[in-house]
Design a protein around this ligand. Structure first.
Ligand code: ATP
Ligand code: MG
Length: 448
């Protein structure tokens, strides 16, 4: 009875039939899947369950792109999945899924879920509070965000199961929300960010009806928990298409409130050039298959703010070195309210920032000691960006480039005579290197 009522309310969607695209009708093949993914779907199917590759991997392969990860969707519950594998772990409290380890790979297996309905399913802005109810495959398709993200590939038959017209949209290179756009963005405002990110990354056009409400609904981003925002921002910035995506975010009115300080930063010419250089560098590294460091990138995004706050403190007469540390803390604290940067990144960001003033000291034993800092490499890359943006003279960056490569005797000749700040406090002729042991905190250039 209730089931029938629900069926009517959902327009019969619970049991809606998919359009099944035979292998001849599309280009995805099981050989494109890692062995681990095939093992997992195979075992589930042998045990009598349904099992499909779903989401980003199907989308990417149909678009001819190499997927990042391979997720499996099944009608088996986590408790039914776990005993089928030797190394499988149920994870997540609110939403439970299974991580199956096969060789070096981890395959995420999730049970078909339905979107929650009813008055208590959303908050006062229409945001979904939970999506942890098992459902049919058809319901699982409908709760997903975009049509192209709701395709299921069955490795056994090499068929693609489509409940929402995703295959057509793939062919049209169109990104389209499933269901009424305003409702779907209200349920989860992060979908706006995902729309912009996926369109830029995949070279798709956002469907007009999905595109139109974004600018208007952008303020809803304020209600998204900071930790989730951070995850999406990180994906966005490390996608290899950060420059384009950030541009599009701004066009869509989504940059405000994401990195709350980003707009302020982008209004300053130096800041703009600095961030462009940082993002372009990251995109280049991704396209070359090199590793990229989230901490480094977040350090670049917030640097102008640190500089400004530090500058104000120095202008008030505060001592430079402690003022730099206070500035770093206050910028990170302001950021945390909107976008929770994990602690493990904060430490690295601070190290990179704290080393910057030390590049200006080119006398005595200090340069050699700076080279030995564990974070030297990241801090030096950061200095290169500052030079590229015109914040420090290019000659300074060049000096450090040469100094690193130089042989010991040559380094000796590169060192500068003792420079002004030290002389003022310490008197003529005293070697700076005879100063107290250096910690980043005690070594600002104007500190002594
Ligand atoms: P990427 O390649 O960047 O990982 P993705 O689409 O795989 O993109 P994931 O975050 O890995 O992104 O999500 C996996 C799948 O879960 C998506 O393809 C989509 O079907 C579903 N999904 C993710 N986020 C949402 C959301 N906010 N609302 C509804 N469905 C979502
Ligand atoms: Mg994914």
């Amino acid at each position: 009875m209730i089931r029938r009522l629900l069926d009517r309310l959902l327009g019969g969607k619970r049991g809606a039939a998919p359009r099944i695209h035979a292998r001849e009708r599309h280009a995805m093949r099981r050989e494109q899947l890692p062995a681990a993914a095939r093992t997992v779907t195979g075992k589930l199917q042998e045990a009598g369950f349904k099992a499909f590759i779903v989401g980003g991997a199907v989308r990417d392969l149909l678009l001819g792109i190499a997927p990042k990860d391979f997720d499996v969707a099944t009608d088996a519950t986590p408790e039914q999945v776990k005993p089928l594998f030797r190394r499988a772990f149920i994870i997540g409290r609110r939403f439970r899924l299974v991580h199956v380890h096969v060789g070096n790979e981890v395959i995420e297996v999730s049970t078909f879920r339905a979107a929650q309905t009813g008055d208590d399913a959303t908050d006062e802005h229409g945001r979904l509070l939970s999506d942890n109810v098992y459902g049919t495959q058809a319901e699982d398709a409908l709760r997903r965000d975009f049509t192209i993200n709701a395709l299921y590939f069955d490795p056994a038959t090499e068929t693609v199961w489509d409940y929402v017209g995703g295959v057509t949209d793939i062919r049209a290179r169109r990104l389209k929300l499933i269901g009424p756009p305003v409702t779907r963005y209200r349920e989860d405002p992060v979908r706006m960010l995902r729309a912009v990110r996926l369109a830029a990354k995949l070279g798709l056009t956002i469907d007009a009806r999905s595109d139109e409400p974004i600018a208007r609904l952008a303020p809803l981003m304020q209600n998204v928990p900071p930790a989730r925002l951070f995850d999406e921002m990180q994906k966005l910035l490390l996608s290899g298409h950060a420059v384009e995506t950030l541009h599009s975010l701004r066009v869509h009115g989504l940059s405000r409130g994401l990195l709350p300080l980003l707009d302020v930063i982008l209004e300053q010419p130096v800041g703009q050039r600095f961030i462009d250089a940082a993002l372009a560098g990251t995109d280049r590294r991704v396209s070359e298959g090199k590793p990229v460091s989230p901490a480094f990138l977040f350090a670049t995004l917030l640097w102008q703010r640190v500089l400004a706050t530090w500058g104000e403190a120095k202008a008030r007469g505060e001592r430079p070195a402690p003022a730099l540390f206070a500035a770093m803390d206050s910028v990170l604290a302001a950021q945390a309210e909107q976008l929770a940067i994990p602690r493990r990144f904060e430490a690295t960001m601070k190290e990179i920032w704290a080393l910057q003033p030390r590049f200006e000291q080119r006398a005595g034993a200090r340069p050699a000691r700076l080279l030995e800092q564990p974070r030297f490499r990241a801090a030096y890359d950061f200095l290169l960006l500052r030079a590229e943006a015109g914040e420090v003279p290019p000659a300074l960056a060049d000096w450090w480039t040469r100094f690193q490569q130089a042989a010991p005797e040559e380094r000796e000749t590169m060192l500068r005579p003792d420079e002004a700040p030290a002389k003022r406090r310490r008197g003529r002729g005293r070697r700076r290197s005879a100063g107290p042991a250096e910690t980043p905190a005690a070594s600002g250039p104007q500190h002594e």
